[in-house]
Design a protein around this ligand. Structure first.
Ligand SMILES: Cc1cc2nc3c(=O)[nH]c(=O)nc-3n(C[C@H](O)[C@H](O)[C@H](O)COP(=O)(O)OP(=O)(O)OC[C@H]3O[C@@H](n4cnc5c(N)ncnc54)[C@H](O)[C@@H]3O)c2cc1C
Length: 360
């Protein structure tokens, strides 16, 4: 295996395969890469592994994973993580891949994230689902210029809001949880939501309403219509309400409307993309650019099913072809996992026993 040779800050991270997307398919790909003998790094734009399973339906039961009659989406992700753990694939979260370029001299891929990480890989496995999940932003002309200083789509440091007047917009778990958490540090927290009912967990909504009644924060029903920021400094937020409007004095707006999937930069990588998905050759799930593979929901081919088990199969075949880019001079022999002594030693710490009790 070509181990990763660099660390952050020491130049590109070198690996056989770079997996873009830590959804269920990317996590399985990391296991399969290890089985095949490829080193691999995983990168994801989100702060958590699990892709759609964790972002969209963590508590829902899944019934169509082979040999797992039922498990929640969260449990599936935990199991996939456990399965790939023996190979210890480095996982880089909060890193959105922006650029993928091929070096002329050795045909290796140089992959750069928005946050500044650079990878160098023999092959790229794109398991990017519907694209990176990005926060749904305020649709107001004045918002982009205020982003980072007065307008936020996540709370990174609570201390930033100390003694400030904060408007938290949204009605889901993030909005309600952060409104409750910020009331302890902010001068005043106002929750702005477009309707009386909140989508967050019942207990959190109960606490929010109790806090409002106790005067610990305010709840305003309506939508943000404009931001009043003379000279680039936010002073107040205009709220449109049924039959009227109101203004709230504010230093910050934290808009937590949820995440939307955005193919974004992937569309500019010179791949053949149709209807927002990457076309592939079904013999190895390679895209129109040799060395870049697309598996899972992002892959497009006749009769493609957007199912987790389809992605597992696609990743397995793609990585076998990826091996030929990483080790063009080596011939890889297939060994069933049940006979693979190296794999057994790595996973169980011992070689497998034969049916008659002796070791293979
Ligand atoms: C409500 C619901 C229920 C479902 N139930 C089932 C079911 O019962 N059985 C089943 O088989 N399937 C089910 N599915 C479908 C299943 O979840 C998907 O097929 C599966 O998640 C696809 O996995 P993936 O790894 O290809 O992509 P995803 O899970 O979408 O993960 C892709 C990851 O790539 C990251 N990414 C994208 N672009 C970039 C970039 N540029 N840089 C860095 N990271 C990036 C994203 O942030 C994301 O984390 C369900 C889907 C939904 C919405």
């Amino acid at each position: 295996m070509d181990e990763a040779v660099s660390t952050i800050g020491n130049g590109p991270l070198r690996t056989d395969v770079l997996v873009i997307g830590a959804g269920p398919v990317g996590l399985f790909a990391a296991f399969e890469a290890g089985v095949i003998g490829l080193s691999c790094h995983i990168v994801d734009a989100l702060d958590e592994i699990g892709g759609q399973c964790i972002e969209l339906y963590p508590e829902k039961p899944i019934f169509d994973i082979p040999a797992l009659p039922v498990c929640t989406a969260r449990e599936l992700v935990e199991r996939l993580m456990k399965q790939c753990q023996p190979f210890e694939p480095p996982i880089h979260l909060g890193q959105r891949v922006m650029r993928v370029e091929q070096r002329d001299e050795d045909k290796r891929w140089v992959v750069t994230t928005e946050q500044g990480l650079v990878f160098e890989a023999a092959a790229v496995l794109l398991s990017a689902g519907n694209g990176a999940f990005v926060p749904q932003r305020l649709v107001l002309d004045e918002a982009p210029a205020l982003e980072g200083r007065h307008v936020h789509y996540a709370v990174r440091k609570r201390a930033m809001f100390e003694g400030q007047r904060v408007v938290v917009a949204g009605g889901g778990d993030s909005a309600v949880d952060w409104a409750l958490a910020l009331r302890d540090v902010a001068k005043r927290v106002t929750v702005v939501h477009r309707r009386e009912t909140f989508r967050a967990a019942e207990a959190s909504v109960g606490e929010l309403k109790r806090a409002a009644q106790a005067g610990e924060l305010d709840i305003v029903i309506g939508t943000i219509a404009s931001l009043n920021a003379p000279g680039g400094t936010l002073q107040s937020v205009e709220i449109k309400q049924i039959g009227g409007a109101t203004a709230i004095d504010a230093d910050h707006v934290v808009a937590l409307y949820g995440l939307v999937a955005d193919l974004g930069p992937i569309a500019d990588w010179g791949l053949d993309i149709r209807a927002g998905r990457v076309t592939v050759d079904t013999s190895n799930y390679e895209s129109s650019r040799p060395g870049i593979f697309a598996v899972g929901d992002i892959a497009l081919y006749p009769n493609k099913q957007k199912l987790i088990l389809s992605g597992f199969h696609e990743a397995s075949l793609a990585l076998r072809k990826a091996y030929t880019y990483a080790y063009p001079d080596k011939k890889r022999m297939h060994v069933h996992s049940s006979y693979d002594t190296k794999l057994s030693e790595r996973i169980l710490g011992s070689v497998p026993a034969t049916d008659d009790g002796t070791n293979t």
